[in-house]
Design a protein. Structure first.
Ligand code: ADP
Length: 327
């Protein structure tokens, strides 16, 4: 087993609230264990550019409450090539980094998978993405915060929708995963929720809206996940308006405001637990593993499994609850 002296930590892909709290946990756990920590800036791009900084406890002061990532993030196409990864390995070896903690989503995990197969460098991955679309963790970092941001927006839109008797289509993030849409939809009392995982026919949606109108609802909110199959909130709204004009109709695309903001207490604690566990795993000699929350315990899953198993995180009960609560 290789003894690790210097842990490199980086964030990559889409930023998510809680990434900073996780960097902090990695740095402080590693220092507590008597190890050095190197911050790698801009994800895999930073490995190619040798953009490294030695971190100490003060480097991560006052960041637990901050969204985004102090190490920055980037999409790095060159890392997808064998030549790019060879240069990255050379640079991290030259810097004396002998173990890595990667915080990011599916793409970040894929890069870590290639890298750790090709080169003798232990890697532990932490699931950081608002989409909650990774196998091996009930929750990914940032998902809880993003869901709360969406709920806040729904509540505000509900005020105006109810005052004017309007029908609102609110588009939320989730190209392949309907987790934010379903959970925020239930929590925000949405009348309908359209998900990437489950096609909604426009005629069925209209029938549901007619029912809501018949029951004298004063406002109606439809949550549309960006990856649902009818082409997004504007398309859905236009098609609904052709056949159903009971309400004044509006569309609101929440967009990137869902990515930012101060992490919730849940994400801060999760980030602390995952960052701590990632360092402990590295020091125990593990590699090619991901850490995740299952039940209320932090568990590891092999990178292989995390990448190849697809988990359907929307339970049948949750789907039924969303229907029953809507009318
Ligand atoms: P996320 O981690 O949020 O899913 P991306 O899909 O953009 O974000 O992936 C982040 C980075 O991971 C990419 O910019 C790239 O550097 C690296 N990466 C993604 N896919 C691969 C791949 N197939 N091979 C090597 N590196 C990859």
């Amino acid at each position: 087993m290789n003894t690790i002296h210097n842990i490199g930590v980086f964030t990559s892909g889409g930023d998510a609230p809680g990434m900073n709290a996780c960097i902090r946990a990695v740095v402080r756990t590693a220092l507590f264990e008597g190890k050095r920590v190197t911050g790698i800036h801009q994800g895999y791009q930073g490995m190619l550019d040798a953009n490294f900084t030695e971190m100490n406890s003060r480097s991560v002061s006052n960041i637990i409450q901050k969204g985004g990532t102090i190490l920055k993030t980037a999409r790095c196409l060159e890392f997808k090539t064998p030549e790019g990864r060879a240069l990255a390995y050379q640079n991290i070896k030259n810097a004396g980094i002998d173990g890595l903690v990667a915080i990011g989503g599916d793409g970040t995990f894929t890069g870590a998978d290639y890298f750790s197969k090709e080169y003798d460098i232990p890697v532990i991955c932490v699931p950081g993405t608002i989409d909650n679309d990774l196998y091996g963790s009930d929750y990914t970092l940032g998902y809880d915060t993003a869901t709360n941001t969406v709920i806040d927006a729904i509540d505000k839109i509900r005020d105006t929708a109810a005052s004017h008797g309007r029908l609102f289509f609110i588009e939320v993030m989730g190209r392949d995963s309907g987790c934010i849409a379903l959970n925020a939809g239930i929590a925000g009392g949405a009348e309908a929720i359209m998900l990437p995982e489950k096609e909604t026919a426009i005629d069925d949606l209209i029938e549901l809206l007619e029912k809501a109108a018949f029951k004298q609802k004063t406002s109606t909110i439809v949550i549309v996940a960006e990856g649902e199959k009818n082409g997004g909130a504007y398309n859905v709204a236009n098609r609904v308006k052709e056949k159903f004009d009971y309400y004044d109709t509006k569309v609101s695309i929440l967009g990137h405001l869902q990515r930012g903001g101060s992490p919730s207490s849940f994400d801060r604690v999760l980030a602390s637990r995952m960052g701590y566990a990632a360092v402990k795993c590295l020091l125990a000699g593990d590699t090619r593993m991901t850490v995740g929350l299952r039940g209320n315990e932090i568990k590891t899953t092999s990178l292989e499994e995390a990448l190849h198993n697809k988990e359907f995180k929307l339970s049948k009960d949750m789907l039924e609850i969303s229907h029953i609560m809507a009318i």
